[in-house]
Design a protein around this ligand. Structure first.
Ligand code: FES
Ligand code: FES
Length: 202
């Protein structure tokens, strides 16, 4: 008996990808991560677990961070998407990218694109007053980030190399310097002064 051929539904969508209007046809089962990596050749977002558990695939959709592995591309018609490839402005790194370099906030780098996109989203969420599980003032217009807030807000991004000790200060640095809306968020040193060698040796 001849095998029955099943037609896989496909859809045409138009997205704005890193500032470029892009029209694509997708298999309706395609995740945003597979669309980016397999169809559009943008391999910055990484496939770690493919199950929404590691954050390696994080990108920004309409300025909010999402797990690209859990997002069906067909739902994104008309959306504006930013990936790690689109964060820098010409030759100028995004403040979060610069802070990760300056703080040496990575080892193998596999999780880093997701960490950076997630940090961009987290900083914006805090400026917009979105509370996290550890926020005390739920009515604040903007949430001031500190170590605990960053750890909580970035808890969906795992780093198998354990670079967290440098990722947290990098995010705080960027939150302080990347302010473009007049919000003057304090830098890391204002919360936890870094002790001198003499103080540590005691
Ligand atoms: S690959 Fe998407 S969360 Fe792990
Ligand atoms: S730097 Fe290697 S997994 Fe994070």
């Amino acid at each position: 008996m001849a095998a029955t051929r099943i037609e896989v539904p496909r859809s045409a969508i138009a997205i704005t990808l890193n500032g470029e209007r892009t029209a694509v046809e997708v298999d309706n089962r395609t995740s945003l991560l597979d669309l980016l990596r397999e169809q559009l050749g943008l391999t910055g977002a990484k496939k770690g677990c493919d199950h929404g558990q590691c954050g390696a695939c994080t990108v920004l959709v309409d300025s909010r961070r999402v797990n690209a592995c859990l997002t069906l591309a067909v739902t994104l018609d008309g959306a504006e998407i930013h990936t790690i490839e689109g964060l820098s402005d010409g030759g100028e790194l995004h403040p979060v990218q610069r802070a990760f370099l300056e703080r040496d906030a990575f080892q193998c780098g596999y999780c880093t694109p997701g960490q950076i996109c997630s940090a961009v989203g987290a900083i914006r969420e805090a400026k917009d007053g979105w509370p996290s599980h550890v926020t005390e003032d739920l009515s604040a217009a903007a949430v001031v980030l500190d170590d605990e807030e960053v750890r909580e807000r970035m808890s969906g991004n795992l780093c198998r190399c354990g670079a967290y000790a440098n990722i947290v200060p990098a995010v705080l640095d960027a939150a302080g310097e990347g302010s473009d809306d007049g919000t003057d968020l304090p830098r890391r040193e204002e919360f936890h002064p870094i002790p001198s060698v003499e103080e540590v040796a005691g």
